[in-house]
Design a protein around this ligand. Sequence first.
Ligand code: ADP
Ligand code: MG
Length: 336
Amino acid sequence: MTVRMFVAGILGLLWGWQAQAAWVDRTEAVMGTRIAVRLWADDVDRANAAIDAVMAEMRRIDALMSPFKGETPLARVNREAAARPVPVPGELLKLIHRALRVSVLTGGAFDITFASVGYAYDYRRHVRPDDAWVERHLDRIDYRHVVLDDTASTVRFSMPGVRIDLGGIAKGYAVDRAIALLRRRGIRQALVSAGGDSRLIGDHRGRPWYIGIRDPRRKDASTAVLPLADTAISTSGDYERYFEAGGRRYHHILSPWTGHSADKVRSVTILGPDATTTDALSTSVFVLGPERGMALVERLPGVDAVIIDAEGRMRFSSGLKMPAGSRQKTAAVSVE
Ligand code: ADP
Ligand code: MG
């Protein structure tokens, strides 16, 4: 082989590699939300196979945890757990455990039994229960009504009329599962998001990923853009699912203490080690409001927040006020 042939061969290989390596994007509607994946791969076919696997995983989790689809394990729990312990797959039991630990951590702001009242809302059809009904059903909201048996892998409710819904944590969990799956396939730069819950692997090839925080009162506008890498980020907002009636805004994040939509902030963005944690914490801090919510964030290493309060002012946790890059260095806590 001549030197020229050798060089040509190397160039050809490089060209072939370059022609193949690319960002691959896809969005699909799963879990009642928009799933978006963007990843860098040397081989577009392998990238598409990886994204297929992510979407399949999202559908699997939806089938396990949707409270709406009649025959999911969660739907069965809601129908029967007040009468008898209901067997559930270990994976579901584990996530309920995790949700209950977030309840303890947040003093009850995060509470999957919010659904005992929450089920009576239909935001799309502007349906809501009246205040007297909410008042009468309020004692059904309490995470301590959920009794788990690890050995038998069952869920039981200690009070009739209790319902649970994992809408405040399941999407983050699904994103974490997707990220683990991509890592196992050797993907080193990726973004996976499910609605307001996202997680990043690596950076954007030498640059950070730029993730925008939506302006809660202007559709399709961002109020801030954060340069990020290797992190999870979740936003909870009062603009996602809501309607207005009699001068009040009815939206999908309920205060467990009042049974009504939490109204101390417009949006909460949480940064942290994994999306299960950031998802649950964004809902929690939304309920807690700017003062108590920020105090909680400051207590948790590796967790940061951007809160847009009821007046539209933006508040940053201390980790975001540090010089660029330093927040990734703090040891991160996750609610396992
Ligand atoms: P989304 O991405 O759907 O906007 P969020 O993370 O903002 O999700 O959480 C909102 C969802 O959390 C609601 O749709 C509901 O399913 C659930 N939820 C509402 N209030 C609470 C609460 N106090 N504790 C736990 N989950 C809640
Ligand atoms: Mg959430």
